[in-house]
Design a protein around this ligand. Structure first.
Ligand code: CU
Ligand code: ZN
Length: 179
């Protein structure tokens, strides 16, 4: 009898640990609810910074800090491939667009998932952006983790297909899970 009770307690303990293991890191069995991209300058650029992502309910909260920019707006997107290896970061591919939509602004009804609009630099070349986006995902088949954030030389006009005519890529960073 005692062995059976002890056994049951042991099983409950295991089940409890299992549940605790699942709740850690939210929904994804150990997958973090935070991600970060460290932005490095492309060839001939001095632009650097970081972008952090944090799950906020069904949305994702984004905070970006970028330095070394020319004053004014700069296109700010998530591109398809987490590959910043080529000198002008063309290895990162086009805007991340898993649902085959047209390019648009961050609040447009139809847009690429990666269309996060513009980041605006002040006179000293510093830009800070904070937004909450409902299309970004940090897990699942359309996760942005493992893709790249690109900052452009010019403004995204939210119209020109499929790039927003934002010009050269001045910084690139691969999105990875963060603690
Ligand atoms: Cu871009
Ligand atoms: Zn786009």
């Amino acid at each position: 009898m005692r062995t059976i009770v002890t056994g049951a307690v042991f099983l409950l303990l295991i089940a409890g640990l299992g549940l605790a293991g699942c709740s850690r890191g939210g929904e994804g069995h150990g997958i973090s609810s935070k991600a970060i991209a460290v932005l490095n300058p492309t060839e001939g650029s001095k632009v650097k910074g970081y972008v952090s992502f944090e799950r906020d309910g069904k949305a994702v909260h984004v905070v970006a800090m970028v330095d070394g920019l020319s004053p004014g707006p700069h296109g700010f997107h998530i591109h398809e491939y987490g590959d910043c290896s080529s000198p002008e970061a063309n290895s990162a591919g086009g805007h991340y667009n898993p649902f085959d939509q047209p390019h648009g602004g961050p609040t447009a009804e139809k847009r690429h998932v990666g269309d996060l609009g513009n980041i605006v630099a002040d006179k000293s070349g510093h830009a800070r952006l904070e937004l909450t986006d409902k299309l970004l995902k940090l897990e699942g088949p359309h996760s942005i983790v493992g893709r790249a954030v690109i900052v452009h030389a010019r403004a995204d006009d939210f119209k020109t297909q499929p790039t927003g005519n934002a010009g050269a890529r001045v910084a690139c960073g691969v999105i990875g899970y963060a603690k």
